[in-house]
Write a protein of this length. Structure first.
Length: 302
């Protein structure tokens, strides 16, 4: 797929959210990609993929909602959540964990069913960012026994990271290598389904309506990020002010109590009380605020 648009106008490749959703929502292409990522599993048939699927828990409004890029189920009941990740926010592992929990909550276990009815879930992240260290193109994670790595906990959850900047190790399928090329906006040859996908990407970029839709979406996403950053900054500043005020109040109260203690010491000295008597009075009145050592210092200062 030759990109002839870069110098003239912004090119929206496979990794762009709207483009990714459009291409991956094609059942034949989606199944082809999944089979290339998971050659060890025979995926006979998939149901139409769902794109930009929002999972909301109406009973827990304060919980963070998730928007799944692509969610697809095969004829055997396996669930595949495919996400495009263009930036490294250093939270992929925990993000995958949260997405898996939301998939379980929303799609896999219904009232009246047992835990044995949980579907197998595959959380697949397609990452286009560069990593600090060399990584493989495909990395698969499962729950293992740390004392015996051959002992895999059969919890039905598999997490896979595909990194387009990863280093091939010779185990990749041709389809997976073609996927990596597509993620990098490089031409793919000799695969009919990838040919159709590339032509669709080109037609979307050539279509003014699609371009407007993509740009509007990108703008909304950027605005949402900016609003989130602003909200976070404002909340941080507000919290900082409250903590500062609270700290200032505490400091003021502490200073006031100290002044009261010193005044008491001076007054008791004026009436001829001994140091032992004064210290006893200080402990009775201020022993819950100041330590014995601090009270002894007040006695010396006054």
């Amino acid at each position: 797929m030759k990109n002839t648009h870069k110098q003239k106008e912004l090119w929206f490749g496979f990794s762009e959210d709207k483009v990714f959703g459009e291409i991956m929502s094609n059942p034949a292409f989606c199944k082809h990609v999944l089979q290339g990522i998971l050659p060890e599993i025979l995926i006979k048939k998939i149901f139409p993929p769902k794109k930009q699927e929002v999972i909301i828990d109406p009973e827990h409004r304060d919980q963070k909602d998730v928007r799944l890029d692509i969610l697809v189920e095969d004829i055997n009941g396996n669930l595949y959540n495919i996400e495009m990740q263009r930036s490294d926010d250093d939270d992929i592992a925990r993000r995958m964990r949260y997405y898996a929990s939301k998939n379980d909550q929303r799609y896999t276990l219904h009232q009246g069913y047992t835990y044995n009815n949980l579907k197998n879930v595959f959380i697949i992240f397609l990452c286009t960012f560069k990593t600090k260290q060399k990584v493989a193109i495909k990395s698969t994670y499962q729950t293992i026994n740390v004392d015996n790595h051959a002992d895999i906990l059969q919890d039905g959850l598999t997490k896979i990271i595909i990194n387009s900047n990863g280093v091939p190790d010779g185990t990749e399928t041709e389809t997976l290598l073609n996927l990596v090329k597509l993620m990098k906006d490089l031409p793919v040859h000799g695969d009919k389904l990838f040919d159709k996908a590339q032509k669709r990407i080109e037609s979307m970029n050539a279509d003014p309506e699609w371009r407007d839709t993509i740009m509007d979406f990108e703008t909304r996403m950027l605005e949402r990020e900016q609003v989130g950053e602003k909200k976070g900054r404002m909340e941080g500043e507000k919290k900082g002010r409250k903590e500062g005020e609270k700290k200032g109040l505490q400091q003021g109260l502490q200073q006031g109590l100290k002044t009261g203690a010193l005044t008491l010491v001076a007054s008791l000295k004026d009436v001829g009380c001994t140091s032992q008597q004064i210290l006893q009075q200080l402990k009775q009145k201020y022993g819950n605020v100041f330590s014995d050592k601090q009270l002894e210092e007040f006695l010396k200062q006054s």
